[in-house]
Ligand binder design. Structure first.
Ligand SMILES: Cc1cc2nc3c(=O)[nH]c(=O)nc-3n(C[C@H](O)[C@H](O)[C@H](O)COP(=O)(O)OP(=O)(O)OC[C@H]3O[C@@H](n4cnc5c(N)ncnc54)[C@H](O)[C@@H]3O)c2cc1C
Length: 290
């Protein structure tokens, strides 16, 4: 185990200053970071604990109906916000796939995003919902789409002295539904061999006005299945359309073969999971017979 210096700032500004030290790294829940430090997969000299910064732990509804989730707020706390849980049950379900209840009482959505694992379970639906990250650094604040944060396994587009302050989920309008499904050999406490997040928006005549599909564990970063999305928009849900979108998503996947599954197997999983997630959304939106 490496020797670690620990600090616990109470403001974003102090955290940014502390992060300017060499080999400094922020810690939210620590459920990824501590494991990586123990296994010598990350060299860290200074750990900056974000859990005492009020802004990073706040979960608030915005005036426009969207949500601002402090980057260090735990999945457990998110689930205890009844209004958030009612509106974003699909996102919450995806976050509740993370580890056990004990892990969820530490783990944050910000950590899930910034750890940049291709298998991160809460990230596909954040991307589908159009979520943005608020980032603070020595030069001030900026926002960027969540989809732009992971740049490769364990790598993010955040500069060394930047922290993710909050995740903003925009207000969802009209008739919409979302679903994330993953496949793991074990039912719990396992990493997705493949995962699929789907978001659909319909008009009053049930034509699809918006569609988003993001894949997990089948590319170096969460992957937007853009062609599959395009196939859906403007159409009405039917078994044929769902099958075509599922096949398109499978074709767009860029999986590798490893000890957990071959690339072909992962592609097949993407097709099955996309179909099931679209069917689940259809069912929630009252479209039957798909
Ligand atoms: C037993 C076990 C089971 C798990 N199961 C799953 C699973 O099923 N699905 C899944 O997706 N994950 C799983 N995980 C991984 C982990 O729990 C999640 O990725 C979790 O969301 C990480 O959040 P955290 O707050 O603990 O992050 P931390 O460990 O605190 O941080 C993770 C990384 O992100 C950086 N970071 C954290 N917050 C910020 C910020 N605000 N700004 C900038 N950088 C930041 C840290 O420096 C670190 O590099 C599991 C972990 C364990 C130990």
């Amino acid at each position: 185990m490496q020797e670690l210096h620990y600090s616990r700032p109470t403001t974003v500004a102090d955290a940014v200053v502390a992060l300017a030290r060499p080999d400094a790294r922020v810690l939210a829940g620590g459920t990824d970071l501590i494991v990586q430090v123990r296994e010598n997969r990350r060299q860290v000299a200074h750990v900056i604990d974000l859990k005492r910064i009020p802004e990073l732990n706040a979960i608030t509804r915005q005036a426009d109906g969207g949500w601002r989730i402090g980057a260090a707020a735990s999945v457990g706390r998110l689930g205890r916000d009844a209004a958030f849980a009612a509106e974003h049950h699909a996102l919450l379900d995806s976050a509740r796939l993370i580890g056990s209840l004990q892990i969820q009482n530490r783990a944050s959505l910000g950590g899930n995003v910034c750890n940049a694992a291709p298998s991160a379970d809460a990230v596909p639906l954040l991307i589908c919902l159009g979520a943005r990250g608020v980032v603070a650094g020595p030069g001030g604040r900026r926002t960027l789409p969540i989809v732009e944060i992971a740049t490769g396994p364990g790598r993010s587009s955040l500069a060394a002295a930047e922290i993710l302050v909050a995740i903003v989920v925009p207000a969802q309008t009209g008739r919409w539904a979302a679903k994330y499904l993953r496949f793991t050999p074990r039912r719990e406490m396992d990493i997705a061999i493949a995962g699929v997040g789907v978001w659909l928006q319909l008009d009053q005549q049930s034509a699809i006005t918006g569609a988003a599909i993001t894949l997990a564990s089948v590319a170096p970063t969460p992957l937007v299945a853009a062609a599959a999305q395009t196939l859906l928009v403007g159409e009405r849900l039917s078994p044929k359309l769902i099958a075509a979108a599922a096949q398109s998503a499978a074709d767009e996947a860029r999986p590798i073969s490893d000890t957990r599954g071959s690339a072909d197997y992962r592609r097949q999983l993407v097709a099955v999971l996309t179909r099931r997630a679209l069917e689940a959304c259809a069912g929630e939106l009252g479209i039957h017979g798909t």
